[in-house]
Ligand binder design. Structure first.
Ligand SMILES: [Zn+2]
Length: 80
């Protein structure tokens, strides 16, 4: 019986250590996500697929999933 208790104890210690190791890695990934979602100068910048200019999401012209710096670029994109 004592051996069984020791085995169980070792198992719990290992699982506890694993959860601590996981806990050490989880905050770093959470920080990365936070850094990514942090808006740069109050607006997310999106690349205009036509001219390559980076435009703020709030001021860009949208067409589906794409954002454009001007109506001219949007028309060029639609025209292909
Ligand atoms: Zn453009």
């Amino acid at each position: 019986m004592r051996l069984l208790i020791r085995v169980l104890l070792v198992f719990f210690v290992i699982s506890a250590l694993l959860s601590i190791v996981r806990g050490l890695f989880t905050p770093s990934t959470a920080k990365r996500r936070e850094a990514r979602s942090t808006p740069a100068l109050g607006g997310k910048l999106i690349k205009d697929p036509v001219c390559g200019t980076y435009v703020a999401e709030s001021t860009a012209l949208q067409s589906g999933e794409n954002y454009f710096c001007s109506e001219d670029c949007r028309q060029k994109f639609i025209a292909g």
